[in-house]
Design a protein around this ligand. Sequence first.
Ligand code: GLP
Length: 258
Amino acid sequence: MTEHLPAIDILSDRDAVASRAAGVIIDGVVSRRVRTLGLATGGTMVQLYARLVAAFRLGEVSFENVTTFNLDDYVGVPSTAPGSFRAFMRRYFIDLVDIDPARAHMPDGMASDIATEAVRYETLIRQTGGIDLQLLGIGSNGHIGFNEPGSDFGSRTREIRLTDETRTANAPFFVQGAEVPHRAVTMGLGTILEANEILLVAMGAHKAEAIAAAISGPISIMCPASALRRHPRVRIICDEAAASQIEGRVASRIRGIS
Ligand code: GLP
């Protein structure tokens, strides 16, 4: 199978990363190359959404004609709970721009039957014509969406059990003392790899190991983000701290071009 080296932008700090990543999305939307946008949550995305909202307020971009599909959400967490990804998306993006809320899709972790919900979500993505640009963060264990290590590269939207590492990393989004859910519904790696273009954003030294494994380690289900090397149009935008452990052939190639 062909292996692709993602394009990598290594920038000095978080602000530069958020601005450049937002710029990629804005260019795509303004040029109408991106009509369907895959969205992500997490601390990394807060700054990025702030840039998109600022650009919207300046009249530089409109999301009126954009359809969005979020990667994932917890199972059994109502949208009123602060840790819910629905709440996150409303707080940082959907309620702050001109997107039609009816076109801002998320998998429903409150559905009574998650398997049926997963099929509904996959069907909706397909009927919309697929995702033009998928935005991704990365977990410190290399997860993308909530595809934890061990996820099949061909996996589709489904329910998944979260690792303790992921639950601990996401605890700050929940009210102190509240239990972080054990289960989530996530687009699969196969679903993500069907996007036309992929943009992965990472900030901070705690992501360095995952970024190194994703782009310079073995392509393996033990690092879900390494699946991105099976896709020809992936761009990674990260800060120097997150890029600090990239090794070998890939590191010299990056040094050669930067
Ligand atoms: C969650 C999300 C991922 C995201 C990850 C990293 O686990 N499901 O999509 O990439 O968090 O989040 P952060 O940006 O907070 O480090």
